[in-house]
Design a protein around this ligand. Structure first.
Ligand SMILES: Nc1ncnc2c1ncn2[C@@H]1O[C@H](COP(=O)(O)OP(=O)(O)OP(=O)(O)O)[C@@H](O)[C@H]1O
Length: 327
């Protein structure tokens, strides 16, 4: 069962996984998880490690069922792992923030409460004045629905309410699982602003998302999960560089879909890199040229430039780019 949306306030409710808290520097990792493992029988999360740094956004990516929500639920203390440890590092003293807030993909709101009643409960729990509730309702664009029961909210309104809740909690570490789900384009633009502001305020943000276009301009670090294991983790610029060093673009006057099929049939690892461009491994360029010539077309090898997150994701997903030790 996927846990419902929750705010992990004090962190005390987390089942302790050899967890600990120390005081840290301004730019230190605020949350470090190592060796997280969970065996669900049909699915295993294996040896997952994550560092979420102050003032940075960590993009957390992987296909459906790769274990992202399971990992977030463990970090939030909602699921007890079979192994691993979580270490939280407190920010500079005086910030007065809660340790962590979490927005999970599913909702755990009481449908019989109004949006305002729900947020007032959260505000009381964390000692915030009721006036703050109205501020976040306004900011989230749901002030006009504040007196309506949550059960009558649309999907996007419930998502906005969850984000309002994250703002209200005012935490050092913010974990966001698919926060754009259900948001309209205005809501997505607003969420981007919210995330940028949170990192500018020195918070550590983990953003799990399938919306690669949306995540691209926001992330500083990335973790790619495949089948419950970390395939690649580190500064996002490093994976972009790694892809740009290993792959080149291939342009041809022929239909690229037809060309891609032709190359794949000849054993060339090939991916779509743009509307009229493919990506192939540097070492397979001679093979690719030969295959293109067989089709009777010319082809040019081009620099991929800065590969976008979409291409990086698909390369990792289908060809692998492991920079993690396999245990
Ligand atoms: N409580 C549970 N009991 C058994 N299996 C579970 C449980 N929770 C999750 N799983 C399984 O763990 C696997 C990973 O699920 P998880 O929700 O973590 O993936 P995800 O990467 O977040 O996927 P998505 O992108 O679809 O949200 C799935 O196969 C799921 O069925």
């Amino acid at each position: 069962m996927t846990p419902s949306a929750v705010i992990a306030g004090s962190g005390k409710e987390a089942p302790v996984v050899a967890g600990s808290v120390t005081a840290g520097e301004a730019d230190a990792p605020r949350l470090t998880a190592t060796g997280l493992s969970k065996n669900y029988g049909a699915f295993r999360l294996t040896d997952v490690g994550i560092d979420v740094h102050a003032g940075r956004v960590l993009g957390f990516f992987g296909p459906n069922g790769s274990g992202k929500t399971t990992t977030l639920a463990i970090l939030a203390g909602l699921v007890r792992p079979d192994a691993g440890s979580i270490h939280r590092v407190a920010g500079p003293s005086g910030a007065g923030r809660q340790p962590m807030s979490v927005l999970l993909d599913s909702f755990g709101h009481n449908p019989f409460l109004t949006g305002r009643e729900h947020l007032r409960t959260v505000a009381r729990r964390f000692g915030h004045p009721a006036s703050r509730v109205d501020e976040v309702l306004e900011e989230a664009g749901i002030a006009s629905a504040a007196r309506r029961r949550i059960g009558k909210y649309s999907l996007g309104m419930r998502r906005r309410l969850s984000i309002a809740e994250v703002l209200l909690v005012d935490a050092e570490v913010v974990l966001l699982d698919e926060p754009t789900n259900g948001l309209d384009p205005d809501g997505i633009v607003w969420l981007r602003r919210v995330i940028r502001r949170m990192v500018a305020e020195g918070r550590a943000v983990l953003l799990s998302s399938h919306m690669l276009n949306e995540a691209e301009g926001l992330i500083d670090d990335a973790v790619f999960l495949l089948e419950g294991r970390v395939e690649w983790a580190g500064p996002y610029q490093d994976v972009v560089t790694a892809v740009a060093e290993r792959y080149v673009g291939l342009r041809s006057t022929t239909n690229v879909f037809e060309l891609a099929e032709h190359l794949a049939a000849r054993g060339v690892d090939v991916l779509q890199a743009g509307p009229d461009e493919l990506a192939v491994r540097v070492e397979q360029v001679p093979q690719a040229r030969k295959a293109v010539a067989e089709l009777g077309h010319g082809a040019s090898i081009v620099d991929l430039g800065r590969p976008n997150l979409d291409l990086v994701y698909h390369l990792i997903r289908s060809h692998g780019l492991r920079n993690q030790e396999v245990s």
